[in-house]
Design a binder for this molecule. Structure first.
Ligand SMILES: Nc1ncnc2c1ncn2[C@@H]1O[C@H](COP(=O)(O)OP(=O)(O)O)[C@@H](O)[C@H]1O
Ligand SMILES: [Mg+2]
Length: 134
């Protein structure tokens, strides 16, 4: 697998979620994703970035175009060093929220991408890596 350049931005506040959406829309366009796929990726990053801001106390978004076995994709990593998730399996269930959300962010994001990996350590933070292939 080859990864081109990795771009990165800080996720500190709600307005950064908007900037993340714009950056990922552009990256997905550059790779040549269909409008429908662009929207799927943008929706996924929106949910993950918002979680990093709301629950993770802020974090970072990294993205890169990846090539593997002749196919191209967009890989996003959302990282925070917040409190972590006590029960990641529960957090992935439709409708589960510890706050006042809809509890659809994580499970929704998972359905919108081809690869989804959530790693979380209590007291240390959360990392979600997602990839959508063309
Ligand atoms: N980055 C994170 N850090 C800590 N907890 C998180 C993080 N992301 C998600 N969670 C936990 O997982 C739950 C489910 O997340 P999500 O599916 O996005 O639903 P919602 O944001 O509506 O609560 C959240 O309520 C929160 O408890
Ligand atoms: Mg959420």
């Amino acid at each position: 697998m080859t990864a081109a350049t990795t771009d990165t931005m800080a996720l500190a506040r709600e307005t950064d979620v908007v900037l993340a959406r714009q950056a990922i829309r552009k990256a997905a366009q550059e790779i040549g994703f269909s409008i429908v796929d662009q929207t799927k990726i943008v929706t996924a990053v929106s949910e993950l970035a918002r979680n990093a801001v709301v629950y993770g106390g802020g974090g970072r978004l990294e993205w890169e175009s990846v090539t593997e076995n002749g196919r191209t994709g967009l890989r996003l990593t959302v990282i925070d060093q917040g409190p972590g998730i006590a029960d990641p399996e529960l957090a992935m269930k439709d409708g589960w929220t510890s706050g006042s959300g809809l509890g659809m962010g994580l499970p929704g994001a998972r359905r919108l991408v081809n690869e989804f990996k959530l790693t979380s350590k209590l007291g240390h933070g959360t990392t979600v890596v997602v990839t959508r292939w063309k």
